[in-house]
Every structure is written in structure tokens, then in C-alpha cells.
Design a protein around this ligand. Sequence first.
Ligand SMILES: [Ca+2]
Ligand SMILES: [Ca+2]
Length: 435
Amino acid sequence: MFLWHYLLTLLLLIAVRICQAERCEEFTDLDFSHAFIGTNLKIRLLLYTRENVTCGTLVSHTDLSSHPQFNLSRTTTFIIHGYRPTGSPPVWFKNFTELLLAKEDMNVIVVDWNYGAANVNYFKAVENTHLAANNLTAFIQIMEEHGASLSSIYLIGVSLGAHISGFIGANLNGSIGRITALDPAGPQFTGNPPEGRLDPTDAQFVDVLHTDIDALGFREPLGHIDFYANGGTDQPGCPKTIFSGSSYFKCDHQRSVKLFLNSLDRTCTSRAFPCSSYKDFLDGKCLNCERFGAAGCPVFGYDVTQWRDVLLSLGQTKTYFSTNKVCPYCMTSYRLEVMIWNQDSRWGYITAKLHGNGKEAVATIDHRATQFKKFTETKLFAQFDKDLQSVQKMSLKFSNGNVLKPKYKLRVLRIRLTHLERKRGLSVDMMFFSR
Ligand SMILES: [Ca+2]
Ligand SMILES: [Ca+2]
């Protein structure tokens, strides 16, 4: 009896050692020579769960029983990257995996199709998106045979990965739970019919972020909700000239991933407003959120599923939000109403500063010159770089935007500042006169 106990303990110890020695699978690291010659498609599936947050397990495409931690009763999130012109692994996927697992107990599968995406010839990588989608569809069907529900499948696709997600979704008749598309690729997809790109019928719920619609991204709406960050064309803090090297080409596009990660890390939220154009949004013409009831306008990112039912009932909704240059990206929106008593009307730009608890928040309203008229309330949409919990002081700077023009003072009669979310909590009403 004693001997049996001893042997059993020994066997257990050996088994534990073997498990500990199991190596972590890494994302395929290729270099530019691979991309130059071109690579053929090979898909590796790296599984991460709360039991192995940082150590990837290579999942068999056919035998799921060999992965006990792959619990199919949980949500399974696939992260699908895009074109890899230099063959390097995406720098963001570890952070992405960790934030998703901190948010929810799920299976995260990083889809490594670096062999296939690494190619100086973009058209070859585009061709591979269909093959990759067919391969992943077969894998999801095997998951389904093992008891997974298609509703529990969540695909997050970056750039070309967004269209791969769409093709998988279409292969499965739109039954998968959700697709999040991060700046879906434009080149070779713009103008395609719905079956040749991502579209809202590809999943039960499709949410899309656009950050580079004038170059690498897709201009038109593709989901149930489309978020256009800073108008979707160019991102603040990204280089405006080619002298900044490769980041000139990819900074706007890559910002999509950074914004989504920011939505996962719980530091702040970005409220997005339905609007037909970015100009109208900046003019503050789209601040009405009544159609969304008590929840208010949708918040960009992972948690937008809270608005799912109302968004599905609305069909397709195009929304806008603004961000800062760096993380935390979220801005805080106020309505700023200014009444002046100058005899003549004034045209110019406003910079507002809020002060409270030793902090300062700044909003620059300079997308166009605003007209201020005597005894008329001018409504402005002010987006501040920070959210101050208490505002003790506000200062305004007025400029006519032209150093050659004579300087005018804006004689302010009244300013009203209303936080668009905490409407009652932070409304500041001021009456003062200036000469
Ligand atoms: Ca489609
Ligand atoms: Ca751009």
C-alpha cells in the first residue's frame, strides 16, 4: 500500500514537471527577406486563457480534446491581424490578449497567419484572406461539433483581418456572435459587393472603427455601428509628412488597435455621437442621444454591446468621437454657450481652459471660425483633453486666427458650460462683464 502511494506521488510529480516544462508558443517571427520572396499561407492558432494568460498553447486544427483548458462553454475570441509587409510579429497582441482576459473569462485565440500576410506584394496577402477564412471556418465548425455555440464566437479583425472575419461570418451564414473590425482595409476591398468584404450580415453584431479612410482603411460604413475616430481620416499626433519614415504610412491605421486597447483598459470612455458628417459633429449639431434612452449615446469599444439591441433596430449607425494624441485617448465633451455684448459681430476661435484640484483641461475649438453676435447665445461643442471631476475656474482665449488682422476683445456677457454626460452635476453658470 505504502509503495503504491509512493509511486502515485512520484508519477504526479513527473506529470507536473512535464506540464511546467511545456513551452510557450510564440507568434511566427519572419524578416524582410521572407516578405521579399513572399510567403505561402500557414495558419497557427495560439490559445490563451486565464490559466495561461502569457503563455500561448498551439491548438490543433482537428483535435480539440488535447487542450483541456480550451473550455467551449466560454466565449472564444479570435484576434486576426492584417498585412505584415516586413514579417515582424504585431507588437500589440500580447497586450490585447491580457486585457481581454482581464475583462472576461474567455478563450483568446491569436490567429497567426504571418506566413501568408508577410509579402511585399499586397495582392498576394489579399488573395490569402479567402483561404485563411476558409481554414478558420473549418476550425470553428469543429468547435461547434464539440459543443461550442456560434453565438459565443467573437472575431476581432485588424485591417485585412476585418475582411477575413467577414468571410468567416458569411461562410457561417452570419450566425457568429460578433465581429469587431479595426480599421478594415480599403485597398482591393473598396467598391466590392458585400460578399467581397465585411458587411453587417456577416455576424449577429458588427462594430467597426475607422481611423485611416484616406489611405489604408475603408471609407464607407461596414457594420451595425461604425465609429469614425477624429473623422476617420487622420489621427492626432500622427506625422503629417513623409519625412517621419514608415510611421507616416501606418500611424493612422495602427491607431485603431491602440484606441480599442484603451477601451479595454478601463481608464476612461469615449462617447460617440451619431452624425451624418464630421463637420456637423464638430459644430455640435449631433449631441442628441435621446434615441438611446437612459444609456445615452454609445460608448466606443469593447462594451458597445450594451447598445446592441437598439443599434440592430436602427440598421446602420455612423458615429463620431474625438481623441487625444496619446493614451488615455478619451476626451470629455461639454456644451459651451457664450453671449457677448460687443457692438459688432466677431469671428474667431476659442480656447477654453478648465481648472480644478490643481489640474487643467484644455479644449481648442478651431475647426472653423465661429461668429459671435451681440446678445445672441453662440453654442459651441467643446471637447476637453481631460475629465476634471470638479471645475473651480474657467478661462477663455479668443483669437481671430490672423496675426495681420487687428486684435479685438470679446466682451463676454455670459458663459454657460454644461457637461454632456453629468448634465446636472457640472453645470456652471457665470455672469460677468468685461470691458
Ligand atoms: Ca460580407
Ligand atoms: Ca490618413
